[in-house]
Design a protein around this ligand. Structure first.
Ligand SMILES: O=C(O)C(=O)C[C@]1(C(=O)O)C=C[C@@H](O)C=C1
Length: 115
């Protein structure tokens, strides 16, 4: 018979869930830092007229992460899918930033024409 905690949860399960909650919190903070960084990349790309996506860079990232996943005993297909999911969202942000830079440039030209 399992001894249950005051909440009626198996203590080993409760302890494992505490660790999961810590990992999930760390993941959220890491992702937030990554998106802060890619926000700056998006602004830089928009300023310099560079395209939002870079398939060559992505191919190198996939190769690197798949190798890291194998070393870490994580499913490399999952690692690749996770990266693709994140990068897709980054590219969406980059496009929004590029559009807003385009609009700002267009409205600046309009103002100059009307001066
Ligand atoms: O490195 C870049 O050029 C980025 O824009 C960042 C990033 C990424 O999130 O890692 C996103 C889009 C590109 O296709 C490649 C990589």
């Amino acid at each position: 018979m399992t001894i249950l905690s005051a909440q009626g949860i198996d203590p080993e399960l409760a302890s494992l869930r505490e660790s999961i909650d810590n990992f999930d919190a760390a993941l959220i903070h890491l992702l937030a830092e990554r998106f802060r960084c890619t926000q700056r990349v998006g602004e830089l790309k928009a300023r310099k007229g560079l395209p939002p996506s870079d398939p060559d860079r992505e191919a190198r990232q996939v190769k690197r992460l798949r190798n890291l996943a194998v070393e870490a005993k994580l499913d490399p297909d999952f690692a690749e899918k996770f990266l693709a999911f994140v990068v897709k969202e980054v590219i969406r942000h980059h496009r929004t930033i590029a559009e807003s830079v385009d609009h700002n440039t267009a409205s600046k030209h309009d103002t100059e024409r009307n001066d």
